[in-house]
Design a protein around this ligand. Sequence first.
Ligand code: CU
Length: 311
Amino acid sequence: MTTMFSGASNLAEAVDRAFIFIFAVSFIFTIAIVALIIYILIHFSRKRNKNPQQFHGNLKLEIIWTVVPLILVLIMFYYGWVGFAPMRKVPANAMPVKAIGRMWSWSFDYGNGKISKDLVVPLNRNVKLNLFSEDVNHGLFIPAFRVKEDVIAGYNNYLWFQPISKGSFDIFCTEYCGLAHSGMTAKVIVVDSLEFNKWLADLKVSGPGVEHPGLTIIKANACIACHSLDGTKVIGPSFKGLLGSKKMVVTAQGEKEIVADEAYIKRSITDPNSEIVKGFNKGLMQSYKDVIKGEDLDKIIDYFKTAGEQK
Ligand SMILES: [Cu+2]
């Protein structure tokens, strides 16, 4: 179990130590300063001091308020450095995983076409994440591990950690990247070595090399600016589990329930405003009648057929 003070990675303890020290110093100083203000207000009030006095410098005081904060910030620096330095020194035996961020999802590439949308890692093994962005800047943050790095297009950033507790922890994007930024989440799942090996062996091969041609068309036409593939509601409904699902649509004749079959999906692409999915707005999606035709439409339908089975 992880609480606020027990992180789930080897790097967490040092981060927490620096945090707690800085927090404690701030806390004590806040109380001391407020108490001093109140004391001065009362003690030096006009009522008690009919004739004001002038002060010119106080060497002892000045030395104290220079040296004490200097020592405190040097201790902060020390804790910070001791926590930070190991984060940038990746152990040679770390297992590399490519973490890819895009608007608005993560995927984790274990090599050989094995790509997962959640990060599964073995307990007590060093893992290095090579961070890549397909579009804008993102930030990969695993609060329970106390690790966070920017994911920048065209720059090979990285982070590493060793998970020390089993369980499932959140991954967030911490660089505002557009409309569905807050939905750009994933899980890191820490399992036993054996379980991890089995999971990796069972993971279906997919990836850029073998991307479904229908998905390529969907990406090329920027459909995913409005439709997610993972169930997130963006501007339009998600494509996840679309084919064969039941939908309420609003037509000129009123509401009706339909089954999203091939014909409906084709109509939705070529004539999107004749049937509006309930809860969504008319007029946002333009007709792709002259853009996506014949064979390309069939490829998209075929993608929806296989999408349900893909991980
Ligand atoms: Cu992002």
